[in-house]
Design a protein around this ligand. Structure first.
Ligand SMILES: Cc1cc2nc3c(=O)[nH]c(=O)nc-3n(C[C@H](O)[C@H](O)[C@H](O)COP(=O)(O)O)c2cc1C
Length: 353
C-alpha cells in the first residue's frame, strides 16, 4: 500500500494505523509489540497503572520489539470530592447486583497511591518514542524534552485548536462513534458527540497538524473513508480487542461480535465520566443512577466488573465498545494489520476505478 503520510513519517511506521491504548489491561505489552512489529503503532495504556508498572511494561515492550510504540496517560482531572450521602445512595442502588454476584458491600473507594505527576515521571524515564494522552491537556514540557512525539485527543474543533496551540505533533480526532471514554475537555459531553463524517473535515480545515481518525473504524472501508475526510492516519480500539494478544476475555469478544449498530450507549454511570459502553442489561439497570465523580464511580464498581467476568455473566458485564463493534474479527494482531492494509488498498483502488 502506498500510504506514506505525515503520520507514518512522524511516527516512523510503515502503515498509518495506530492500535488505540485501552486502559484496564486490554493493551498488554504482547499486543503493543505485535502491532508495532507488523508495521503499525502499538500503544500501551498506562492511565490506570502505578509508575513501576509503567516502567515494567515499557521494558517488556522493548524486549519484544525494536519498532516504535506509544505510551498513553489520562490528563490530570480535578480532585473528586467524595460526598458520603451520594456514595451511600450508589451503594444502595448496587446492592441487588452485588447480591446476584455473591459480593459483600465494599468500603468507599480511596484514592490510588500514585498521581498523574508520578506517572508522567515514569513515562519521561521510560522515554517511549510516542506519548499520547486524552481527557484534557497535560503539561507537555518534560515529555517533549525526553524526545517523544506527542499525540493529543480532540472531540471538537476547539479542542483540536487548543492542542495545536499547546504544541502537540498530531491530533487524534475522537469521533462520536468511538468506544471508551469521551476525551472531551472543553464544552459539554452531549454537544461534543460529533460523528466522524462531520468532524474530520472541519478539524482538517481548522488546524495544520496531521490528524489521526478514531471511532468506529473496523476495516479498510473505514480507513479509506477517514483518509478521504482529511485524516492521515487512523486509531482503532475495538477492532484490536478481537486479537488474541489483547487483554479482552472470550466473554468480551463474544459480546462485541454479537453487538448490533444500536448496541452501544454513551453513559457516565460506570465510571463517573461519559464513555461508550455495550448496552448490556446492567447498563440499562443503572441508567438512572447519579454516579460518583470520576474516577471514584469506576473504583466503586470494580468488584462488580471483576466478578461478572469471572462468573461469565453477560448480563452484568460492563464492556466498552465503539458503534461498529459487530464488525470485530478474531485475528492475530499481525494478521489484522495486514488485512486492514490490504482492504484499504482494495477500497482505494475500487474508488479510483
Ligand atoms: C476498552 C477501551 C478502552 C479505552 N481506553 C483508552 C485509554 O486508556 N486512552 C485513550 O486515549 N483512549 C482510550 N480508548 C479510546 C480509544 O483511544 C479510541 O478513541 C476508540 O477506541 C476509537 O473507537 P473504536 O473503539 O470504535 O475503534 C479506549 C477505548 C476502548 C474501547
Amino acid at each position: 500500500m502506498r500510504l506514506a503520510t505525515r503520520v507514518t513519517e512522524l511516527l516512523g511506521i510503515r502503515y498509518p494505523i495506530v492500535q488505540a491504548p485501552m486502559a484496564g489491561g486490554f493493551t498488554p505489552p504482547r499486543l503493543v509489540a505485535a502491532v508495532s512489529e507488523a508495521g503499525a503503532l502499538g500503544s500501551f495504556a498506562a492511565a490506570l497503572l502505578p509508575p513501576e508498572e509503567i516502567l515494567a511494561g515499557v521494558a517488556e515492550i522493548r524486549a519484544l520489539t525494536d519498532e516504535p510504540f506509544g505510551v498513553n496517560l489520562f490528563a490530570p482531572q480535578p480532585a473528586p470530592a467524595l460526598d458520603p450521602g451520594r456514595a451511600t445512595a450508589v451503594q444502595a442502588a448496587l446492592r441487588a447486583v452485588r447480591e446476584e454476584l455473591g459480593l459483600p458491600e465494599p468500603e468507599p473507594p480511596s484514592p490510588p497511591g500514585w498521581t498523574f505527576e508520578t506517572q508522567l515521571q515514569a513515562v519521561v524515564e521510560a522515554r517511549p518514542p510516542v506519548f499520547s494522552f486524552t481527557l484534557g491537556l497535560p503539561p507537555l514540557e518534560s515529555v517533549r524534552d525526553a524526545g517523544a512525539t506527542m499525540l493529543g485527543s480532540a472531540t471538537t474543533v476547539a479542542e483540536a485548536v487548543e492542542l495545536e496551540r499547546a504544541g502537540v505533533d498530531a491530533v487524534v480526532v475522537q469521533a462520536a462513534e468511538a468506544g471508551g471514554h469521551r476525551g472531551t475537555f472543553l464544552g459539554s459531553f452531549e454537544g461534543s458527540l460529533v460523528g466522524a463524517l462531520a468532524l474530520l473535515p472541519q478539524i482538517a480545515d481548522a488546524v495544520a497538524l496531521p490528524l489521526v481518525a478514531a471511532g468506529g473504524i473496523m476495516d479498510g472501508r473505514g480507513i479509506a473513508a477517514a483518509l478521504a475526510l482529511g485524516a492521515e492516519g487512523v486509531q482503532l480500539g475495538t477492532a484490536f480487542l478481537g486479537c488474541p494478544e489483547s487483554g479482552a476475555s472470550d466473554l468480551y469478544r463474544d459480546a462485541l461480535a454479537r453487538a448490533k449498530d444500536d448496541g452501544t450507549v454513551v453513559s457516565p454511570v460506570v465510571t463517573g465520566r461519559h464513555a461508550r459502553w455495550l448496552r448490556t442489561p446492567i447498563v440499562d439497570r443503572l441508567a438512572e443512577l447519579e454516579p460518583l465523580p470520576f474516577p471514584l464511580q469506576g473504583a466503586l464498581l470494580m468488584d462488580i466488573r471483576r466478578a461478572a467476568g469471572e462468573q461469565g455473566r453477560d448480563d452484568l458485564s460492563l464492556l466498552m465498545a465503539g458503534q461498529a463493534a459487530g464488525l470485530v474479527r478474531r485475528l492475530p494482531a499481525a494478521e489484522l494489520v495486514e488485512t486492514l492494509v490490504r482492504e484499504t488498498d482494495e477500497t482505494i483502488r475500487r474508488l479510483s476505478g
